[in-house]
Every structure is written in C-alpha cells, then in structure tokens.
Ligand binder design. Structure first.
Ligand SMILES: [Zn+2]
Length: 287
C-alpha cells in the first residue's frame, strides 16, 4: 500500500499511533466549514469520533480509515503513547533551527508544507512535562502530551506536502538534549528506580549500547495502558539497530523479555510483541 495509507501503516508498525485528519482542498479545508480555524489539520470526526483519543496502531482500523478517505491527512500522536517529542520550528513565527538555545542532535526530521521543520526526538518518559512553546524562543513549539503532528505525505494548505528530510527509517530518534530536559523537569520528578542492568557482553557498538540503555529505561518507566505499545516500539527501534549492525539480536531479546515481564505484561504477550516488533524493525518497518 502506498500514499497516506501506506505511510500510516508504516508509522503504526513502529508504534506511533495515528489518526485521520481533514485535508486541504482547493485552498481551503475539506470540512467545508467557512470558519474552520485549522484547515487540513483537525481530526476527521466521522472516522475518528474521539479525535486524538481515537488514534491507533491497529492495521485493520488504519486500512479501513484510509480505505474510506484515501486523501485524509495523517496525524501522529506525540507524548508517552508514541514515545515522541516533536519540536515544531516555524519560520513564519520567527523560528529557525539555528536560533535555538542549545544544539539539536541529528535526528529524524520533516519539512512541513508551511516552510518549517519538525524534529522528532525520543520522549524522555514519565516524569517530564514539556511546555507547549519553547520559552524565550519565538516560533518554536513542543509537541508532547496531548498533541499530534501532521506527518508525511500529508498536504499543507500551501499546496506543499510534508516530507521526510531525514527519514525515520534511516536515523534512530535522538534522545532529548539536556537543555531541553531542563525545561521539562517536574517537581515530582524522580529518577526511575528499576533501571535494568544492561550487559551486552561486549556485543554491539557503543552507540547501540547507549540506545539500548535508553530504550530499556523508557520501557521500564511505561505507565499502565501503554505497555504493549511501548514494548512494540522498543523492539522495533532495537530491531533497526540490529539491522544496522549496532546490536546483537539475541542479546536484545534476552534483555527485552525480563523488562517486558517487569512492567506487568504476560509472558506470552511479551514474547509475541518482542518478536513482531523486532521483525518489523529488522525489515525496515514496511508492512
Ligand atoms: Zn476544517
């Protein structure tokens, strides 16, 4: 499947819940409301009646949605559900990647149809709450809890499409830089106490081991309700790193299984999720 449907399935395969959105048509929103405030950017209510809460990673639902509305734009949910923090830099409001308060690591990124950028970062997990806008920095929004972003190949009202600048398949998501984490520390933040020991027996690259530690830490912090999805996402990301030669597959499986069990999932569910997530990651996420 290609086009929006294929892309939506692809995002879902790596554990990013998606929802269908209205799309721009002839310079206006296809919802046809004369006073539409967010043309081509708001949930398609007839398919996703709960809006953002209707977002899913279930392929059959996604196929049905885009089967009924092939041109629907794609929203990817940000926050703990997807493990994504997206930095939205909009030059029309004065934002520019060169004028951030700190360095931005190389990570998956999108050029928005409006001339801006979306930088996809790994959400640091429970205990961090990001402000909606970057303080003291015009034109930079942070999309995390409660948010979603328009994803490629959605069409922008300008007539341009959202497009991957650095594709999410080829570059692992960078962790959130320190200067950004500082903005998001909650008073009640406490470091997780159940970080698993990561012993790869010397297998894999330093980069792979650091990413593995990050994935296992995030997974260990997962809240009830999102555990299976979080495990699938971790397995997917680690599968990508195995495919790139940064990690050893057996070692990843041996470390993922106990963490999955620790967060309260059943043994059979853990094994099945780890296997399917890893497989999708190894194959590049195409479903
Ligand atoms: Zn509209």
């Amino acid at each position: 499947m290609t086009g929006p449907a294929g892309a939506a399935l692809d995002y879902a395969a790596r554990g990013w819940p998606v929802l269908p959105l209205w799309w721009p048509e002839k310079g206006r929103c296809a919802c046809e409301k004369p006073d539409c405030q967010h043309p081509g950017k708001h949930p398609l209510g007839k398919l996703a009646p709960a809006g953002r809460n209707s977002a899913t990673t279930a392929p059959e639902t996604i196929r049905r949605w885009w089967g009924r509305c092939p041109q629907a734009s794609i929203g990817i949910v940000t926050g703990l559900e997807s493990g994504l923090l997206v930095m939205d830099v909009d030059p029309r409001n004065g934002g520019h990647p060169n004028r951030l308060p700190g360095n931005l690591p190389i990570t998956a990124s999108v050029t928005t149809g409006g001339g801006g950028w979306h930088f996809y970062l790994a959400h640091p997990g429970n205990g961090f709450r990001f402000p909606k806008a970057l303080p003291g920095c015009e034109g930079v929004d942070l999309k995390a809890a409660g948010g979603y972003v328009l994803a490629p190949p959605s069409l922008h009202i300008s007539g341009q499409r959202y497009a991957w600048q650095i594709p999410h398949h080829s570059t692992p998501l960078a962790p959130c830089p320190e200067w950004l984490l500082e903005l998001a520390k909650c008073p009640e933040h406490r470091p997780p106490s159940t970080i698993p020991a990561v012993d790869t027996g010397g297998l894999g690259s330093a980069y792979g081991r650091a990413a593995l530690r990050g994935e296992l830490t995030r997974l260990a912090q997962t809240i009830e309700g999102g555990r299976n999805n979080a495990l699938n996402r971790a397995a997917y990301c680690l599968g990508r790193l195995v495919a790139a030669g940064h990690l050893d597959e057996e070692c990843v499986v041996n470390l993922l299984l106990p963490v999955g069990a620790n967060i309260g999932l059943g043994e059979r569910e853990v094994r099945a999720t780890v296997q399917s997530g890893l497989r999708a990651g190894l194959e590049g996420g195409h479903v």
